[in-house]
Ligand binder design. Sequence first.
Ligand code: ADP
Ligand code: MG
Length: 695
Amino acid sequence: MRPEILFPLFAEVSTLKGVGPKVLPLVQKLAGPLVRDVAFLSPAGLVVRRPMTAADAVEGQVGIFEISIDRLIVPSKPGAPIKVRATDATGFVHLIWFGGSAQHIDRLLPRGQTRLVTGKVERFNNEVQIVHPDIFTPQQAGDIPAIEPVYPATQGLTSRVIRKLVQASLQHAPDLPEWQDPAWVAKTRWPGWRAALQRLHAPEAEPDLEPDAPARQRLAYDELFAHQLALARRRRARQITPAPVIHPGDASTRLLASLPFQLTGAQDQAIAEIRRDLASGEQMGRLLQGDVGSGKTAVAALALADAAASGFQSALMAPTEILARQHFQRIAPMMEAAGVSAVLLTGRDTPAERRTRLAALASGEAQVAIGTHALFQDAVRFDRLALAVIDEQHRFGVNERQRLQAKGDPRTGGVHLLTMSATPIPRTLELTQYGELEVSRLTEKPPGRTPVTTAVLPLARIGEVAKRLKAAIDGGAQAYWICPLVAESEASDLAAAEARAADLRRILKVEVGLAHGQMPGAEREAVMADFADGRIPLLVATTVVEVGVDVPNATIMVIEHADRFGLAQLHQLRGRVGRGAKASACILLYGGGDDGLGETAKTRLETLRRTEDGFEIAEEDFRLRGGGDPLGLKQSGFPAYRFADPIRHRALMLTAADDARLVLGRDPDLTSPRGEAVKVLEALFDWRNDRPGID
Ligand code: ADP
Ligand code: MG
């Protein structure tokens, strides 16, 4: 339901003055379907126009010249520009057109007449020239803006046309009630919403274009706040869904006692947070974030045991067969110690196995199910499912997760959700991608892990690396060798990986497995399994090395062309080693021959050598990418913000998230005066469920 006050802004863009049938599809494509979308375009630059004469014209600046037309010079060769020679009291100015019709230009600039022309001053053969000038009659002098915002033009839509449309759209922008906290607005000295929008479109100097200009900050904050509100509301909607009350019991105690280690402080805290959710009677939605090896399994296992202790069933779903099996191998003994019965469910079970396991789940005899996509198939029925744990949620579709959660018993309420991710992500990304979930972070590694020694070497030293690799393998070690995948040509990347595998086979005289993305899944998993079981000492792979695969005997990781990977990705890859008691090494090979390593690339690889803290690496990676990698941001699941820049406005995003929680906490139904205003803001940005960042 949209507040009436917003109707003018939500009118179709076709209602704007100046939008005819030709322009309409172009504006729709550039901005969107609504007047609001045009008003929300941001200028990317500005022009300052200064009156000039032919004699004092400054190259590179935009001048306004009062000239009289001397003559038209029609090109003799096709393709040469059309010129008009014009004069003022101090000299000549040449006006230049590439293309266009001489007749038209002649009509526009009749000989002997006076005109005002404006455009960027260039010098050619020592003469002042303006390419494609804007032309005004002396009567129109007042129409020439001294300062003008520049919009990113597109095919068929010049910045000037966009500016006119934007100005028209601003006529539709009403005064809206203030939705921000008055104290906050006073403190920041930001303009009100409408003033900020007007100011956005009327920059006076370069600093007005910067993300920290007050008007831009205000609009960015409004947008972030609206987004966080939408997420917070979804969080609330989940929280008011009743769910089974789960308390730790004997099974949990037995499990804890059976663990051969003490939980880390971070694990303790995560479990406490999960237990608070599970006992609340409200549906849990929590993300457990922690690097590979941070000990997520024990935390999840305790939650599974808690559910069993309270008489409920739970399911743990992993994205691949091999991961599901590993989870089962490691969790089944813990469940046994706890006195909880667990079954494995994957696509490879024999029909007989499948029948028995399904029956055990349907009857409630099996309390825990661990498996793959097989878990959410229709044939799978639970007696009283209360908790779904999902490993690497981003590898599943929203539907798939929901299908599993839908297997709960409606009479006991919603199914609690715990998702686990081994990919540390920056706070800002966490807020947008998982804003709907509460987050527990395992920031502390279990003790006794040997740190991985990381070396950064030029590819030229590959021979040396191979020699050391040979020695290590002869001593019983296992190693990964990663070849990069550069999306442009998968075929040649694959060829490179195959060639590398052949090289290593020849040089090292050991068996070398090859795993890559174009292999059929089953074949790839077979190779991975051979490596995991120690039958192959060296695995050459493109980046398909599964997250979470645990091969404690693998102690060496060589990454070729490390400079082509993202930091977070390198960190992930490095996490494959250092999982056992033995010392591990990661060798980052950069460059391919003569090309040196750029400063940023050096800083990036240096970060990896300095730290193994995944959260620190994620923040650094994100920061280093700057605003310059929109594709990367999109891939990481960022919603399409109009005003906000997740990097430059990082601090604002964190504040907006707190603010949204606070507002909804105090006024859940938004009935206070500020609440009413907040509803207008939400409608203004209209974050819908089909937008990225909200699933
Ligand atoms: P993750 O799933 O987060 O990658 P795991 O749960 O597989 O990490 O744990 C990695 C290893 O650390 C496992 O061998 C596990 O038994 C061990 N481990 C977990 N918690 C602790 C702890 N508190 N102290 C010592 N070792 C631990
Ligand atoms: Mg794990």
